[in-house]
Structures are given as C-alpha cells and as structure tokens.
Ligand binder design. Structure first.
Ligand SMILES: [Zn+2]
Ligand SMILES: [Zn+2]
Length: 280
C-alpha cells in the first residue's frame, strides 16, 4: 500500500525501486475495496493509478458480472485530489470501462473540482458518476449494508480539501486516513478517534525526515511513523489495531525485515499490504 507515486516510482533507480521492478509481488498505491458478496455489492475507496490490477484482486463472480454490465462499483469514496487517490477514475470513463451511474462520495470541494475540470467533467456530464450529498462528521447508512462517516483532515489543499472515512459494518469499523499533514494540526485527538474503531489504516508515508534527498520534508508534510507510534501506543495495546499504509518509495519500512519494519512490529503495529482482507 504505497504513496501516490507508486513502487517502483517513475524515474527512481534506487535499490528499493529496482528490487520492486524485478519482484513478482507487485505493490500498489493505497486503496480499499468494500466487498459484500452476499449482496453482490462492491465499493471502492480511492481510485488509484493502479486500479486495473487492484480490481483484479476482487475475484468474486458477482463483481465480475457487475463489471461486465459496466457497474463494477455501487459507490466510490474519494479522499482528495492528489494523483494517487483519483487518477484511476479516468480508467472508468469513456476511453476505458465506461461505467454507468455510479455514486461518487466526496467533499463538496472535490465534487466541484471533478465537475469543472477535464477530463473528470466528462464523467459527470455523461452521467457516469453522480454525487450524493453526504454531510461531514455525521454517520450515514449506505444501501443498508454499512455506515460511513466522512471526516475533514488537514492536508495540502492544492486542488481540493481532504477527508478521511470511518466505515462501520455489522462486526467491525475501519478508519481510513491515507494522507494528513500532521496529527497536531487536526481538530481531533488521533488517539481518541483510533480508540473508537477496531482497525485504523493511517498515513505511514515517511519513517524519517531524512528520507528524501533533494526535497524538503516541509513541502510534503506527513506524520513520521515513530511519532504516530508514540501517540497511538496505548490505544493500539488496548483495543485498536493500527496499520500503516501509503508508504513512500523512500520508506525503509518497506524493506523485508529492515530495522524499521521490525521496530513497527515490535511495538505492536502493522503494515497494510496488497490483498489484505478485514471483515467489517
Ligand atoms: Zn497520497
Ligand atoms: Zn495527498
């Protein structure tokens, strides 16, 4: 579950990206699917540039039947307008699958951005996606299958604002915040929010501020993994499973059995991975 630029990243020839090029276990940009096989209903959370292969991971017959009818998803939830989180929508448009009448849940700023800018506006004009009204910070029920709460989070607002989500099924709840500038800038206590869910999938972009030679980390702020572990150590011991996602290609926690990866496990945290399944 990788940051927007992917692994390997374009034009990056470090050992880690070179190993990823040769690997038979591909890594994809962070995204989730909510799968309800009995109801034959399927939902996408962020449409990444790797969407083609990620959809292949949903191997239920019902999903493929729906996709054949140009309706693979019964809803698409978007966090924000940075490329890793919505470029995949283009693959669902006229030049690609050509989906039909799919609800797209997002903030009103994101809806405006998609509606007013090509190529996304064509998806809207052709009726391929529509925007159900969804209030911030309130629970809504979706199709009688699960509840969702959209939560605003502070993150660089170049094209839209940014939200996270809590999804609550009949058994478990999941918090999804792949991108945030800092936990301290948030108007909520991350420890309290995480304590309220069973599983938290959160921003694990960087492990150290020295990871990106030639670029200033202040230009791309994210909470560092060790700092997030400090803030969440208590709740993760008590009741909530915390998994880091959205790892940048420079993050040494991506390397199997690296000291950073071992430290994350030792402290009781986990890393999300491609094909991870969580029952909600
Ligand atoms: Zn991102
Ligand atoms: Zn972002």
């Amino acid at each position: 579950m990788i940051q927007d630029g992917g692994l390997p990243q374009t034009g990056c020839y470090t050992d880690r990206c070179e190993r990823a090029r040769k690997s038979h276990s591909p890594r994809y940009v962070a995204s989730l699917a909510l799968v309800f096989p009995a109801a034959k209903r399927y939902y996408l959370v962020d449409a990444s540039p790797d969407l083609t292969r990620q959809m292949d991971l949903i191997d239920e017959d019902g999903f493929r039947e729906n996709a054949n009818l140009r309706g693979p998803f019964d809803g698409i939830f978007l966090t924000h307008a940075h490329m890793g989180h919505y470029l995949g929508l283009a693959l669902l448009g006229r030049e690609g699958l050509g989906i039909d009448r799919t609800p797209c849940y997002c903030s009103s700023a994101m809806k405006k951005m998609l509606s007013e800018n090509a190529p996304w506006s064509l998806l809207v004009q052709e009726g391929r996606i529509n925007f159900p009204q969804i209030p911030m910070d309130s629970w809504i029920n979706v199709d009688g299958l699960f509840d969702v709460k959209m939560i605003p989070v502070p993150h660089r607002q170049e094209f839209s604002d940014t939200v996270g989500y809590i999804f609550r099924g009949s058994q478990k709840s999941i918090l999804y915040i792949p991108d945030i500038d800092s936990w301290e800038k948030w108007d909520k206590s991350v420890a309290e929010v995480v304590a309220g869910v069973d599983v938290a999938l959160i921003d694990g972009s960087f492990y150290s501020s020295k990871e990106i030679p030639g670029r200033k980390i202040e230009d791309i702020p994210h909470p560092l993994i060790p700092h997030s572990m400090d803030l969440l150590e208590e709740v993760s011991k008590n009741n909530s499973k915390v998994m880091f996602t959205h790892l940048n290609n420079t993050n040494p926690a991506l390397d199997i059995n690296s000291p950073q990866q071992l430290e994350i496990r030792k402290r009781g945290f986990e890393l999300a991975y491609e094909g991870l399944r969580i029952t909600i």
